[in-house]
Design a protein around this ligand. Structure first.
Ligand SMILES: *Cc1c(COP(=O)(O)O)cnc(C)c1O
Length: 366
């Protein structure tokens, strides 16, 4: 069994993916070819956003958003302590200070009620993360941001495809950033990402920043990056976008089957009434994660930990956050474990995983 089965997906989509890739090989416009624009307009339409700017990774999407909002050295950006490293990393890379806030232990997303206390005169932006596939409490976050005149960047790397009060993750804030890393709900065959916005000036600036700060060929008006989305990756994404809604349904079915089989044995993941989830991960909490992982491995079932340490405890951030205690993030990091999750899991495989989880839990309670 695979944790994320990209080979099964390719077998299902082979002819459309091959056709799309061969079209690029035939026209030869590998950098910013027509597929990039086609993808950007389809993604923008899907999200209901005015603009989508394709870029080289989810990490670059975060960097482009921070650069476009003019976040600089010495500024502070409020974010979740419980996320993939890139969220805090890009804030720190530009010399700003990531200010880590604890999570809501039910959704694992930033605790909106804890944000205001973290705002200082140096705060330049709020960067919530929509973890495991469901959006953060964006209305609450946007209200606090508006009150303090701050922009909001949603890290939607795991949540593209999900809805918050009927609106699309990625298009819930000043700028939304997503990732097309192969194992994300919408993934390409390498690195890729995108930014979404409804702001004309920000969109224009991010287009410029992703291509060396160029306004026209060899006319550089700002300091940017080489952060373009490859045409071949856009081609792969165009083929996968055709089936994305079906895959989201399949992911929801997998999650429902896991929860039906597990809910009597263990608390199962909760999606709030405001949200749908793209189910980037199906993540549970257990007392003895090592034991569960070992038992599942013996049964041929891979697991993963997202993530084993909150960012304020990562070596590079630990010193600056020595006295910081964020108990929900710390507890989650010690207890979470993710089960195989992809749209091509068979009901028999889901049952096998659930049975193995229940067996391991029963054993550990003896
Ligand atoms: C995957 C991920 C990123 C980074 O995306 P890449 O495409 O791998 O650079 C950023 N934030 C979160 C929450 C992620 O899950």
């Amino acid at each position: 069994m695979q944790f994320v089965d990209l080979k099964s997906q390719y077998r299902h989509l082979k002819s459309s993916i091959d056709t799309r890739i061969h079209a690029v090989l035939d026209h030869g416009q590998y950098i910013l070819g027509p597929e990039v624009k086609e993808l950007e307009s389809k993604l923008a339409a899907r999200a209901g956003a005015k603009y989508c700017i394709g870029c080289a990774s989810g990490t670059d999407a975060l960097l482009l958003a921070l650069l476009a909002l003019n976040v600089k050295a010495g500024d502070e950006v409020i974010t979740s302590a419980f996320t993939f490293f890139a969220t805090g990393e890009m804030i720190a890379l530009i010399g700003a200070k990531p200010v880590f806030v604890d999570i809501d232990p039910v959704t694992y997303n930033i605790d909106a009620a804890a944000i205001e206390a973290a705002i200082t005169p140096r705060t330049k932006a709020i960067m919530p993360v929509s973890l495991y596939g469901q959006p953060a409490a964006m209305d609450e976050i946007n209200d606090i941001a508006a009150k303090h005149n701050l922009p909001v960047i949603e890290d939607a790397a795991q949540s593209f495809g999900s809805l918050y009060k009927g609106r699309h993750s990625g298009n819930l804030s000043t700028i939304g950033c997503t990732s097309f890393f192969p194992s994300k709900p919408l993934g390409c065959y390498g690195d890729g990402g995108a930014c979404f916005t409804n702001d004309d000036a920000l969109a224009e600036y991010m287009l410029e920043l992703r291509n060396h700060g160029q306004q026209g060929r060899y006319h550089h008006t700002s300091i940017g990056i080489n952060g373009r989305l490859d045409t071949i990756q856009a081609a792969v994404l165009l083929a996968k976008l055709e089936v994305f809604d079906n895959e989201l349904l399949a992911r929801n079915e997998v999650a429902d089957q896991y929860s039906a089989a597990l809910h009597e044995a263990i608390p199962v993941p909760q999606v709030t009434p405001d949200n749908t989830s793209a189910w980037a991960q199906y993540t549970i909490e257990v007392d003895d994660r090592e034991q569960l992982a070992a038992r599942l491995q013996q049964a041929g079932i891979p697991t993963a930990v997202h993530y084993p340490a909150p960012l304020h405890k990562q070596p590079i951030f630990a010193e600056a956050n020595g006295g910081l205690s964020l108990p929900h993030s710390e507890r989650a990091a010690e207890r979470v474990i993710s089960l195989p999750m992809h749209p091509y899991l068979e009901p028999g495989e889901i049952q096998k995983v659930a049975n193995a989880v229940k067996g391991a839990l029963a054993e550990s309670r003896k």
